[in-house]
Structure formats: C-alpha cells, structure tokens
Design a protein around this ligand. Structure first.
Ligand code: CTP
Length: 418
C-alpha cells in the first residue's frame, strides 16, 4: 500500500480524478487530495473527501483536521504546515488533471497555491498528468514547460487523443485514463521494505467467466457466469501485493491495472492457458464456469434453418481442467475450486468435489437462491476445507473474495509443505 497525494487542478477532466481515487483506495492505497480553487468549480471537495475518508485542502491557511496525516496514519500532536507535511508523508505526488496553467507554474517553480507549494516541497516522486484543449497542448510554451519538468525528473503521463470537452473538437489533450494513472503511480513508488504487503512475491492464478463452445460460426453453448467473482478475487489478491494472472473467459468487466489478463473463449483454450500458467503459480482460484460438454462437430459456417423442423445437437464431454491440474500439483501450491450447486444438498456436493478433485478448498454457492451467484453483485457462500465449513453470509463479491483469500492464508500457514 502506498500513500498517494493527489493534486487536482481546474479542468473538466477533474471528474476523472474521482475515478482514480476510487481505484486507488480500492487497491488499498491511502489517498489525500489537494485542489486548486478553480478545481472546485468542476468537482467539489465533498466527493473527494467521501472517497478518501480524509479532509480535502485548497488553501495553506485552512486548518487540516488530519494535520497532514494520511488515512492510515495517526495525526501528529501539532499543526504542521500542510504543503510540507503532506509531501513528507506521501510516497508519490500525482497532479491530475494538470492544466496548462498549472504545468506552467510547476515548470517555473511558482508556489502560489497549496498544490504548487506542495510540488515545490516534494521529495517523493512527482507525476504530472496534463489535460487541456489540443491548441493549448500543442503550444510551444506548454511543450517547453513539460520538457523542463521531464528534465527535472518529473514523470509526465501524456494525454490521450480523442474527443475533447468542447463540442466537435478532437485531438491530443484528454487526461489519461484513471487505470493508467494508477499504474504510473504504482510504477514509481518504492515498494521496498518500507511497504511490505502480506502477499508480496506470491503468484496467484485466477480463472474467471464462463466458457463458450461453438455450435457454428455465430452460435455457442454458454453459461450465465459474468466473471464478477473471479475478478473480485483477482483485485483483492492484487491489493495484498500478489502477482496476479487472470484467465478470463468472455468477461466484459473493468480490469485492474496491476493484474495480467489473458482472454480465452472455449474450455479447450482455458485448459491450454491453465497448463501453461499453473506450474509457476502458488495459488490457483478456479472460479470460471467451465462447460462440461461441447458440440461434438461444430459447423465452420452458419447453420441454416431452411428445411429443418428440429435440430439435434450432439455434445461430447470436455476435460475436467481442475482435476487434471490437481493431479499434477507440486508442493506448496494451494488449489481452490468453486461449485455452483442447486438446492439443499449444495454443501454435500461441494464436499464431494473437495475430495474427488483433490483440492484445498471449495467455495460453494447455492444458485437456487435469488439475488446471489451468477451475474449478480452479491454472493453468499460456504467455504469448505478439510478443517470444516465456513459460512459467509450474503455480502458483496469483494467481501466474499476477502473471506476466500483469508482461507487461503490460513491453509498456507498450516501447510509448511504439502
Ligand atoms: N471445472 C473444471 N473443468 C471442467 C468443469 C469444471 O476445471 N470441465 C472446475 C470449475 O472451474 C470449478 C470446479 O471444477 O472450480 C467445479 O465445477 P463444477 O462444474 O461445479 O463441477 P463438475 O465436476 O463439472 O460437477 P457438476 O456435475 O456438478 O457440474
């Protein structure tokens, strides 16, 4: 986890800074925000305060109730100078969006507001993410100012090209996307011994989504899995510091900047990717809903309905990926399977899978209950291990993911060698 100081200057892209704060806090970082007075015309301090859980400052002369401390720190007993204390505590100072005016002030060492004074006092890495109209971006003054900042070691996160805020205008100047900003911050933070994270160095492989098995060139046999549960597990593992790879089967969800994703479509593609990735992983969480059967002879073209009253689709069994991986496991690997079951015997079926597939844990959800399981934001599960069953009451998938990872932690603590 890092302490990120975010400076927001006054451009329309300030709304994207809210999403950045949401991503950063979700990834476990402690965030403080300073705004320029003009930035407040675009996004109010209350929004940033709600997302960071910390006061937002605009002026050096207002009292900081947190006394320059970040949400994970105890405030000092005295009132320090905000522009000095915030950057002293921060691991990185990101200015996003940085307007042409703020870029110019930073390049010339001006300190006329809290945002610019803090930049002048910063000993931590400073990142600047410009956002402006393309005429202002292309102006030689702006380009010279950015060159000056780069020469001084400031990381400039270049804006993207696309539609700009003014109607019908297109060009360079759009603020980089929030996930890109966070990745840039995480790339410059010193993750050394000062920031130990519980899962630093651990390699986690997660499968997510639902496989699709072609019937013909345009149709498939699929299932209702959205990938939400697997993606939540991946996000939480990344927040703990793990190196996470997700094998995503047909998932249309936002992606975490510090997670590596490989997209697959069919059970056979998922199996091939699993066979490649599994040997190096320490933890496998197999959340994907894998087809048990696939059309035996998919058509290369499109099946036409003319002349048919009915159609019989012959299905053949796919391989059980997880059982195959479990049979090839090495010492030190922890394997978690999922079981989407229907009805009263859900836990019994899950227990059977735990032993039959040779797993360390099985996460059972009873998909007969409304509002949980497939394609929903919430889940309610039982986590089965050799030590017993843990019931996780209905909660967000992020909370369920944390419970699953806590179980993995316990299993790995108990399992000196397997
Ligand atoms: N799984 C797998 N390969 C398959 C089917 C399932 O790796 N071909 C994995 C799933 O990702 C999940 C676990 O096995 O982690 C259990 O999946 P499930 O479909 O519930 O198990 P099955 O053994 O197919 O049993 P069922 O008859 O209940 O479908």
């Amino acid at each position: 986890m890092a302490r990120l100081l975010l400076g927001v200057s006054g451009g329309i892209a300030a709304y994207k800074a809210l999403e950045l704060v949401r991503l950063a806090t979700k990834a476990g970082h402690a965030v403080r925000v300073v705004q320029t007075p003009t930035a407040q015309q675009f996004v109010g301090a209350a929004s940033f305060a709600a997302l960071t859980g910390a006061p937002v400052l605009v002026s050096e002369f207002e009292r900081d109730p947190a006394r320059g401390a970040f949400p994970d720190q105890e405030p000092p007993s005295h009132d320090p100078a905000s522009h000095l204390e915030l950057v002293r505590n921060a691991d990185a100072y990101l200015i996003a969006p940085a307007t042409a005016n703020t870029v110019a002030k930073l390049a010339h060492g001006m300190a006329d507001n809290l945002l610019t004074s803090a930049a002048l006092a910063a000993g931590c890495p400073v990142l600047v993410a410009p956002a402006m109209n393309h005429h202002m971006w292309e102006h030689p003054a702006t380009q010279a100012n950015l060159a000056t900042l780069r020469e001084r070691g400031v990381t400039v996160i270049d804006p993207g090209t696309g539609a700009l805020a003014t109607k019908h205008e297109w060009g360079v100047g759009r603020l980089a996307e929030p996930a890109e900003l966070l990745a840039a911050v995480e790339a410059v933070v010193d993750w050394g011994p000062a920031h130990p994270r519980p899962w630093d160095g651990l390699k986690v492989l997660v499968t997510a989504g639902g496989t699709r098995e072609p019937i013909d060139a345009v149709r498939y046999v699929g299932n209702r899995s959205s990938g939400r549960m697997g993606f939540a597990v991946a996000d939480e593992a990344a927040a703990l510091g793990a190196e996470v790879t997700v094998l995503a089967a047909n998932v249309a969800l936002p992606r975490h900047p510090r997670v590596r994703y490989r997209d697959v479509v069919t059970a056979a593609e998922l199996r091939a990717a699993c066979l490649e990735e599994f040997p190096a992983c320490d933890v496998l969480v197999m959340a994907a809903a894998v087809a048990d059967f696939r059309p035996a002879a998919p058509e290369a073209g499109k099946v036409k309905k003319a002349g048919r009253d009915a159609m019989v689709l012959e299905l053949e069994a796919t391989e059980d990926i997880l059982s195959g991986l479990a049979a090839a496991r090495r010492d030190g690997q922890t394997l978690v399977g999922f079981a989407a079951e229907h009805g009263a015997q859900a836990v019994d079926y899950g227990r059977d899978k735990l032993s039959r597939k040779g797993l360390d844990a099985v996460v059972v959800n009873d998909v007969s209950q409304p509002g949980i399981g497939f394609d929903t934001a919430e889940n309610e599960v039982a986590i089965l291990t050799a030590a017993g069953d843990e019931h996780v009451a209905r909660a967000t998938k992020a909370e369920v993911a944390r419970a699953i990872l806590a179980t993995v932690d316990r299993l790995r603590g108990a399992q000196v060698t397997r």
